[in-house]
Design a protein around this ligand. Sequence first.
Ligand SMILES: [Zn+2]
Length: 253
Amino acid sequence: MKYLAEMTFAEVREMGEDAVVILPVGAIEAHGPHLPLQTDVIIARAMAAAGARALEASGFRDVVIAPPLQWTSAGFAKGFAGTLSLSPATVTAILVDAALSLHRAGFAHIVLANSHLDPAHTASLHEGVRMAREKDGVVVTFPDITRTPWALRLTAEFKSGACHAGQFETSIVMAERPDLVRESIRVTLEPNPASLSQAIRDGKKTFEEAGGPSAYFGFPQGASDAEGRETIATLGAILADALVAARTPGRGE
Ligand SMILES: [Zn+2]
């Protein structure tokens, strides 16, 4: 596994015909009083690295991780200080251009490692995937973890929809960047079982409307680095399985 930004042009030029690039996609967005704004970027990078290891184990020789896309649409969190939110149309345009640029750089396969689940954001990615294929003939594999079959492999809290800065995400940050978890605050946070996915279906547009006045949902107190490591491995397996499925004729995107 290599990081594109750390490679030289000559090393990129020497990649094989089956080279894979993974694009981590996150956000700079409020994640409760206990996690950093870049939580989704940390999760996306962890998913990308675990996915790269899984792909290498299944025989891919050149697996490269691109610089993360972290300027995106984050409307649900826009009422909280520090959240950065672009319009969905801008995000789609960036993804289409990024995919074309990665394709021209010589990558045969482009896979998204997305961990930011704001509905406007995921819709903008699906639209970008569609446009890249229609406009430029560039295929991007996007295993959307909010959808089946992928969501079924994740934790009970994730599937309940109470999955923003709760046990699921906090565990991953504890595994990856424990230095960034405000532990003395985390252990005081009351459970918030309100389902964000149900609120989205009910037409709510912000964390406050959805019942998350402190920008977290779920059970931060239940988080552990052990669960985080397990979830990261699952996310990596999802990424690898999605790419293998997409390369098999008649399956995947
Ligand atoms: Zn998140």
